[in-house]
Design a protein around this ligand. Structure first.
Ligand SMILES: [Mn+2]
Length: 349
């Protein structure tokens, strides 16, 4: 049980092994259910999920192994939690400050509460086989999106039309929805790493960056490919080759116990040595799971260390203002001795 792992992790850090969980994604992680107000996990006794009327019947059907308590209209959640936990010290994941104060008041003082965001972060970043299988499927759906983009891109098509085609293809491939807002950016707009979908038309010779992801039973995928509408120029090909090499070298550097900042440095060095160092303006990557951005972080200042079961993106890029940009991204699983690419769409211009 994931709840047992959490309790053990708390004990290892001499924290109380009782929890009040409020973050919706954390609750989904433990229950497989989305739409509860809070989850109480106690060292001794039952795990209780508080659900309001609108989601009560669904919670009973879907959240197996948990006691489902109806949160009636007008009832105070924090006071119900205080009754349930009967004076136990609680680890809390995340709460807005007003709610934190209300919970502290209900349980008899702030000294009863301990912030414990890190425990949840650490647990969620090591994926179990079941989670990896779900992400693997989400990656296949994302590959379908990229394949569709490649087949569809042509001068005259707008960014929105291309986004619509790839999202439709992923849905038909089984995706529950997009993992994040699809990015399609053409021409000079590729120089903005987070350029969203605008209404502009693709022109002959444009770089087109397509960054998308699928969702599969709450688990997500993330992939980016860059194309040229037509025949690439020498300069376009050169930039593309540098980004591709940076990504390949970074993936080769991935293995358990490697600091993520070292992997980031490998990609950054390839790009700097090619003379584009100032144009790689973001982190190398991030964890992917129930959220599209989660732990660990792959960046120059990250303190995270890779471990078997991490799922991370590797996404170097070069963005030249008023010219355009290239990003290549895959979702990658950290294995016992290296890395496995979970997104497999071909990487070619
Ligand atoms: Mn990403």
């Amino acid at each position: 049980m994931r709840t047992d792992k959490l309790k053990q992790a708390a004990k290892n850090q001499t924290k109380p092994a009782n929890f009040a969980v409020f973050n919706p994604t954390n609750i989904t992680y433990f229950t497989g259910f989305q739409g509860a107000a809070a989850l109480i996990i106690l060292e001794q006794g039952e795990n209780v999920l508080y659900v309001s009327g609108v989601n009560y019947e669904q919670a009973k059907a879907e959240a197996k192994g948990f006691t489902i308590q109806l949160l009636k209209r007008g009832e105070n959640l924090m006071e119900k939690i205080a009754q349930q936990t009967a004076g136990a010290k609680l680890c809390v994941d995340t709460l807005p400050i007003e709610s934190w104060r209300a919970l502290a008041k209900a349980v008899g003082g702030e000294e009863k509460l301990e912030p414990a965001t890190q425990l949840f972060r650490n647990l969620r970043q090591i994926k179990e086989k079941e989670e990896i299988d779900l992400i693997r499927e989400a990656c296949k759906m994302a590959d379908v999106g990229i394949k569709t983009a490649q087949e569809t891109i042509r001068p005259g098509l707008t960014e929105k039309e291309l986004a619509a085609e790839v999202e439709y293809a992923m849905r038909k491939a089984g995706s529950d929805g997009v993992a994040f807002e699809t990015i399609v950016a053409r021409g000079v707009c590729c120089a903005y790493p987070h350029g969203t979908v605008m209404g502009r038309s693709i022109c002959e010779g444009d770089f087109v960056v397509v960054d998308l992801g699928a969702t599969n039973r709450f688990y997500r995928s993330d992939i980016t490919r860059t194309f040229v509408a037509g025949k690439p120029t020498e300069k376009q090909q050169r930039i593309f080759d540098v980004v591709r090499l940076a990504q390949q070298k970074a993936i080769e550097a991935i293995k358990p116990q490697t600091p993520t900042k070292d992997v980031d440095a490998v990609a950054r060095r390839v790009i700097a040595e090619a003379g584009f160092g100032e144009y790689f303006v973001h982190n190398l990557g991030h964890g992917v799971g129930l959220e599209v951005h989660e732990a660990p972080v792959l960046s120059p200042d990250s303190k995270d260390i890779l471990d078997e079961g991490n799922v991370v993106t590797v996404e170097p890029g070069i963005y030249i203002p008023e010219y355009g940009g290239v990003r290549i991204e895959d979702t990658v699983l950290v294995t016992s001795d290296g890395a496995e690419r979970l997104t497999k769409a071909p990487t070619k211009l």
